[in-house]
Design a protein around this ligand. Sequence first.
Ligand SMILES: [Zn+2]
Length: 781
Amino acid sequence: MSILALLLYAFTLPSRLFEDPFCTLIKDKNGELLGAHVAEDGQYRFPPSEHIPEKFKHALLTFEDKGFYFHWGVDIAAVARAVKQNLQAGKIVSGGSTITMQVIRLARKKTNRSFWEKCIEMIWATRLEFRYSKKSILKLYASHAPFGGNVVGLEAASWRYFDTPPDKLSWAQAATLAVLPNSPALIHPGRNRKALLVKRNRLLKRLWKRKIIDQETLQLALDEEIPDSPVPFPQHAPHLLMLAKKQNKNLAQTSVDIQLQQQINKISEKHLRKLSGNHIHNLAALVLEVETGKVLAYVGNLPLYENKQTGNDVDMIQAARSTGSILKPFLYASMLSEGMILPQSLVFDFPMRMGNFSPKNYDRGYSGVVPADRALARSLNIPAAYMLRDYGQEKFYYKLKKIGMTTLPNPPEHYGLSLILGGCEGSLWEITGIYASMARSLNHFSLYKNMYDLNDYHPPEILKETPQRKKDETPYGYFSAAAIYSTFQAMLKLERPSNTLNDNILQSSEPIAWKTGTSFGFRDAWAVGVTPLYAVGVWAGNADGEGRPGLVGVKAAAPLLFDIFDLLPDAEQFFSKPTADMLLVETCPNSGHITSEFCPEKQKRYIPKNGLRSKVCPYHKRIHLDLSEKFRVNADCEDLSRIKNVSWFVLPPAAEIFYQKNNSNYKPLPPLREDCKKSTPVSSNDIQILYPFENTKIMITKDLDGKKGRVVFEAAHRKKTMQLFWYVDENFVGTTSGKHRIELMPERGKHLLTIMDENGLVRKRSFEIAGTKKKKKVDFH
Ligand SMILES: [Zn+2]
């Protein structure tokens, strides 16, 4: 019998006392509350915290359970006292309940206070004392005690009534909170204020009597007012709170700096008010610490309007949006890393046509050729498309995935060359994260003795404490240190916006590598900036995707970017040059390439080490002129002594036309002297095949009505009046003059295109018709 009773007693207590759901809440790096989201049952019940502040503990035990540390769950003396008091009063004025018994009552959620219920509480309470330490029992009480309304637990109450964390409570505040759970429904700072004040002051005096507080403290505490009405929980980063909730980080001590967050909330709101004049209603900003990738500020959107009709609840830091030009630096860095270009080598900037795809520069102009760093700083689209063609669209696609983009759900063919021009989507979260990763990798390069840690590329972190990452050291990073450095250098050369809130004169002149992006149809404005210390990303637009004229990166997003950098401490200096990954070589000032024997001028420049693989200047050629220097000649038609050998800067025919317009000092190749034409070996360089590219696989686009489309082939000739004759697999298909463009519909399979000019000069190119695909709209800008 006694064994049975013992067993019953042992198993009487449920294994989990409380099953209640908790709020999601986030705190800043110093424990300040950033925001709280109500628990599933509509209660503000904060997750249990690790310690109970001393003042509250003293106040609570003095008020409720003086013998707490000495009893076994039931305080016989207190019960006896209570019985006596209740008999004297003729009604129940005291329960004689210990804190332990109250924990049981809270767990059992029984509202009746019958004798039987009381007995169960006492039995469970003694059992609870076996299982838990006194400290744990106090913690259970502090986190589940009711504080009126839907406020449960000390921490929620502390914020709700005093707008302060529990460990910063004053004696008067701690005493108020100690008396509240006793009858939360009756006494509430919103009602019955007088009764609450009396109860609090009585407790304060008892604390003084027990010598827990001194006379002066008592006096000051008695003078303190009780709170008027509950204050709303802070909402400094509502979208970060939602993110924490989604990731089940219920009690998140984030890395956010509350002061910075509040400042950025404020200036973002000012910017958004300006933008809203142009019906741009959403704005997001993200600040990351480069070294750790930790989030210092997270403005997912702004609650500018009460009615919430403008999508302000959508977290635009996490939303996948068209990237515009914001990925271009990744391509530039990729090509530099692999020695495919040098920082200033010329890239093509003349019309491109690939099926339906025919990118345009923002200003609709063409430069012919342009140095790669200028093309990046000016964010030219056509050079970017040519660069992606050269780098390999599929290779770039996989690179983007490797460095952290998860927003590319389709296979690489789907995006084609538009991948670099906003044909894909990205999130501010990941893109800012990648810029931070690049900066981190560059910062670490010399620290890691010229090695790379691939794990330096990681998404931003929202928690203050993050697990240590394992190092994945390799001699080759996703981008070489010199490539990242040169990319950031090129990104310094953008012209800063003038419409920041700060006066330009006040603005810091700290060097910031930055890039903007604007998506097709003016739907997204991006700006991302990076220094050795911080990476900042800004997005502006409408969550519903409505485009607005003037919604361009430099106007709508960049001003806020610079205002945010003004709030951040400046780095001591810009990124230090990774000289171990660079070489001092002679480059051609005209082409940016390593000099060939024909380059007339040379300049010493630091290039990424891998740049040694890049080709030498292909544009300076040795040509033979007659003494007048007006005609080209050769040894068969001119006496050797009358031939001048000179270096000449010769651009491809399609580039020359545009380059000449802006560069009056460009001299086209002099013509062959009439009597030399026959004997001159033909140079196929006079004909340039613009499309198809060498060995391309062409998908023929089917029109919407199902009719098979045609492929436009295109060529250029240095001599404008020249006619061209076109052959596919040695079958004559047509003649062109002026604009050399021809529409063809070759069969599926491999083909050889041959183009011949009037002089019999020939150029050949292999290509393949891979199949047909349905027409789709290609977005790019
Ligand atoms: Zn040269």
